[in-house]
Design a protein around this ligand. Structure first.
Ligand code: AMP
Ligand code: MN
Ligand code: MN
Ligand code: MN
Length: 286
């Protein structure tokens, strides 16, 4: 069964351990209710929720793969690399992620200063009220504060008006390198997957460089069916997966019942010509 493309796998979502609003336990229950057959929790730059998620999945009778989503700077853009099926106690991975989380608090204070200049005060303290993990203050927490304080109606409006390049509250940040992220994951016996490639503002040449270098560093997969892609992007990145010899992944990128438009497991299946990432990870499914 786990070599089939017709599998309700959801290998991308977030809990309170990063910028989601549900606990790993509530997510496991929701995944089970929604008919997910194979699940991974992929908190940003953090694997502190992995043992909880695996235990919660076991309690629900749900198959589980360890997961994370690492922030990377490539060609002056932020790219996300999902790691799947790694050892959650691997020292190199834990240390790499700890280092990459380190810059977030300083960045958040600078974001708050930038918002103050636009007349929005108290954003750092306001965002902190939404933070579940003190090492992981993110733009999402600022977005929730801006909605709560009535500056915007919803988080999608926040990212149109604030926190993105050229807008108040935006602070450029240097994350891990592509090589760092892929190496941390593969040395921990996991596989690296390019997250939602349709979301980056790359030229065709830059995108080609991303996939080429990702492969050269040992990357093995790409998200094809994700809550961040249009139907046309499913087709485009299925073709890219074949071109670069990458396995295909599937995940909602669910963060919150109030914010996410794609619920856990609510995605089309991978089409037949693709090799699903779970085929490469059969021996790591718990
Ligand atoms: P950070 O890692 O602090 O830069 O925050 C990135 C997070 O912000 C992403 O993982 C999303 O959860 C959220 N985000 C970024 N852009 C958008 C957007 N346009 N709409 C909604 N959420 C977004
Ligand atoms: Mn997020
Ligand atoms: Mn992402
Ligand atoms: Mn994500």
């Amino acid at each position: 069964m786990l070599t089939s493309n017709i599998l309700n796998a959801d290998l991308h979502c977030h809990s309170v351990v990063s910028d989601g609003t549900l606990t790993p336990e509530v997510l496991a229950e929701r995944a089970q209710t929604n008919g997910v057959e194979l699940w991974a929790l992929t908190d940003h730059d953090e694997i502190g929720g992995q043992h909880r998620a695996a235990a919660a999945a076991r309690a629900q009778g749900l198959k589980y793969l360890t997961g994370t989503e690492i922030s990377v700077t490539f060609a002056n853009e932020t790219v996300h690399i999902v790691g799947l099926g790694f050892d959650p106690d691997n020292a190199g991975l834990l240390q790499g992620l700890r280092n990459t989380r380190g810059g977030r608090e300083q960045r958040a204070m600078e974001m708050s200063d930038s918002l103050a200049k636009a007349g929005i005060t108290g954003a750092f303290e306001g965002a902190l009220k939404f933070v579940g993990n003190p090492e992981l203050i993110s733009r999402t927490h600022f977005a929730r504060f801006l909605v709560e304080s009535g500056v915007c109606r919803e988080t999608s409006e926040v990212f149109r008006k604030y926190l993105t390049e050229g807008k108040p509250g935006y602070v450029p940040h240097r994350w891990a390198t592509l090589q760092n992220a892929v190496t941390w994951i593969t040395q921990a016996h996991g596989i690296a997957v390019i997250a939602h490639p349709g979301r980056y503002n790359f030229t065709p040449n830059e995108e080609y460089a991303l996939f080429t270098e990702f492969r050269a560093h040992g990357g093995r997969g790409v998200e094809v069916v994700t809550g961040s892609h249009t139907r046309q992007e499913y087709v485009k990145y299925a073709e890219t997966a074949r071109e670069f010899g990458l396995a295909a992944s599937r995940g909602s990128d669910f963060h919150s019942p109030d914010e996410s438009h794609t619920d856990l497991g609510a995605l089309p299946f991978l089409t037949g010509e693709l090799t699903p990432v779970w085929e490469l990870l059969a021996d790591r499914i718990q």
